[in-house]
Design a protein around this ligand. Structure first.
Ligand code: PLP
Length: 405
C-alpha cells in the first residue's frame, strides 16, 4: 500500500468540530428529544436573493439548449465577472487581470499553498480560522514539529485579545515568509482599521513577507471608516494576496463561488512572478468555477444583487444584536458582531469547553469553544449570528437564563 502523508497524521485541525459533534451526540443519546439550537455554525441559513436565483436558473436552462450550451470556460473565470468584481468591489483600483475566479475562498487557500516552498514560514492570528495552519501543514510546511505541543517552529502565533484590540503586535513579530490576516475576523468578529492595515503593509515591505488577506466577511462591514480590502492601503499590491468569496455575502456557501486577487506586482525572492505561477496552478488543479455559479455571481454584483445581499447580511447582523443584548444583560462582555457575523464572548475565566458543556446540557445550545481556534482563544466562546430569527430569539432567551444562573 501507499504510505500516508505523514503531516496529515499530525493535524488536529478537525479535532474541534469532531469533538463538538461527539458531545452533541452524547447529549442526544441521553435526551433524544432535546430541542437543540446551533449557534456554532459558520454557514448561511437565509435563501439567496431572487435576482440571483433567476440568473442561476436562466444559466441552467441554457445548458439544456442545443444552441446555448457551453462547456469548459477559462480556468481563471469569465472576463465579465472579473471586470465586474474589479469595478464593484475594488472601484477599479484593482485590474480585472489580477482577479481570479474560484469555487470559494477555502479551496483557494489550499491551492495557494502550492505557490510556496516547503521551508516557508508563516504567522497566523491566534485565534484563527483553522484552514490557514491545516493547509500549510498538509502541504509540508512543517519545520520543527513538536509532538508534545503539536506546534511547529515554522508557524508563529500572533495573539489577538481585547488588550491589543485583537490586532497582532506587529512590532514584536518575528519575520515570517507569510502573514495570514482575516478581517473581519472569524472567530473574533474584529475588523482591522486603516491605520492597523497600513502598519501591516509597512511591516510586510520591511520584512519582505507576503500577506494572505482573507476578506470573506467584507460584506458585513457597516462602519464606512473601516477598510473592506487590504488594497485600500497604498503599496499593498506589492505584498498581498486577497482571497474573498460570495459565500457569506450572498448565501453562496453551497453554490460555491469566490475570487482571489494575485497582483502582477508580486514577486518571489528569485524575482519571478507570483501571478504567472498562480495562473499555472489554477489551470492545473482547477478548471474554473461552475458556469452556473459564475452567472449567479454576475447577478450578485449587479446593483440590485448587491442591494439584496446587503439586506441579507443586515439580517445576520440584527441576529448578532439580539444575541449581544442577551449576553450583556447576563453580565458578560462580548466583542464583534457589529461588522461581522460572530460574537466573541469573554467568559470570565471559565474554560471554554466547560461553558460549552454547560450550555449544551442546561440550555440545549451548541456553541464553539474559543480554545478550538488556538491557545489565545481559551477563555472565550464564539457565537455565530447565522440562523433563523425565531431560533435566534429563543437561543438568546436561553443564553440569558443559563449565563445569569
Ligand atoms: C466561511 C469562510 C470562508 C469562505 O469559504 P468559501 O470556501 O468561500 O465558502 C473563508 N474564510 C473564512 C475565515 C471563513 O470563515
Amino acid at each position: 500500500m501507499v504510505s500516508r502523508n505523514p503531516e496529515i497524521a499530525h493535524l488536529q485541525a478537525n479535532y474541534l468540530f469532531v469533538e463538538i459533534g461527539a458531545r452533541k451526540k452524547g447529549l442526544l443519546a441521553k435526551n433524544p428529544k432535546a430541542d437543540l439550537i446551533n449557534l456554532g455554525i459558520g454557514d448561511t441559513t437565509e435563501p439567496i436573493p431572487a435576482v440571483i436565483v433567476e440568473a442561476l436558473t436562466k444559466k441552467t436552462k441554457q445548458l439544456g439548449s442545443s444552441t446555448e450550451y457551453t462547456g469548459y470556460g477559462k480556468a481563471i473565470g469569465i472576463q465579465k465577472l472579473r471586470e465586474g468584481i474589479a469595478q464593484k468591489m475594488y472601484k477599479n483600483s484593482i485590474s480585472a487581470d489580477d482577479i481570479f475566479i474560484s469555487d470559494g475562498a477555502k479551496p483557494d487557500l489550499g491551492r495557494l499553498q502550492i505557490l510556496f516552498g516547503r521551508h516557508s514560514t508563516l504567522a497566523v492570528q491566534d485565534p484563527s480560522y483553522p484552514v490557514y495552519i491545516a493547509t500549510s501543514v498538509m502541504t509540508g510546511k512543517t519545520k520543527g514539529y513538536n509532538s508534545d505541543s503539536g506546534q511547529y517552529d515554522a508557524i508563529v502565533y500572533m495573539p489577538c485579545k481585547p488588550e491589543n484590540s485583537f490586532c497582532p503586535n506587529l512590532e514584536q513579530l518575528p519575520r515570517t515568509d507569510l502573514i495570514y490576516i482575516c478581517s473581519p475576523n472569524n472567530p473574533t468578529g474584529a475588523v482591522l482599521t486603516h491605520q492597523q492595515l497600513k502598519k501591516l503593509v509597512h511591516i510586510a515591505h520591511k520584512n519582505r513577507s507576503l500577506i494572505i488577506f482573507d476578506a470573506a466577511y467584507a460584506g458585513f462591514i457597516r462602519d464606512p471608516s473601516l477598510p473592506r480590502s487590504i488594497y485600500e492601503v497604498e503599496g499593498a499590491e506589492e505584498v498581498a494576496i486577497e482571497v474573498s468569496s460570495f459565500s457569506k455575502l450572498a448565501g453562496f456557501t453551497g453554490v460555491r463561488l469566490g475570487w482571489s486577487v494575485v497582483p502582477r506586482q508580486l514577486h518571489f525572492d528569485d524575482g519571478s512572478s507570483v501571478q504567472q505561477d498562480w495562473i499555472q496552478i489554477v489551470s492545473t488543479f482547477f478548471n474554473s468555477a461552475s458556469n452556473i455559479a459564475q452567472a449567479g455571481g454576475l447577478a450578485a454584483i449587479s446593483d440590485e444583487g448587491l442591494q439584496q445581499s446587503q439586506i441579507l447580511c443586515d439580517y445576520y447582523l440584527d441576529n448578532a444584536n439580539i444575541l449581544r443584548d442577551a449576553i450583556e444583560s447576563a453580565g458578560y462582555t462580548c466583542f464583534g458582531g457589529d461588522n461581522a457575523p460572530y460574537l466573541w464572548t469573554d467568559i470570565k475565566g471559565e474554560k471554554s469547553w466547560e461553558l460549552f458543556d454547560r450550555l449544551l446540557h442546561k440550555a440545549h445550545l451548541v456553541t464553539t469553544p474559543g480554545a478550538g481556534f488556538g491557545p489565545t482563544g481559551e477563555g472565550f466562546l464564539r457565537l455565530s449570528a447565522f440562523g433563523k430569527r425565531d431560533q435566534i430569539v429563543e437561543a438568546a432567551q436561553r443564553l440569558k437564563n443559563a449565563l445569569s444562573s
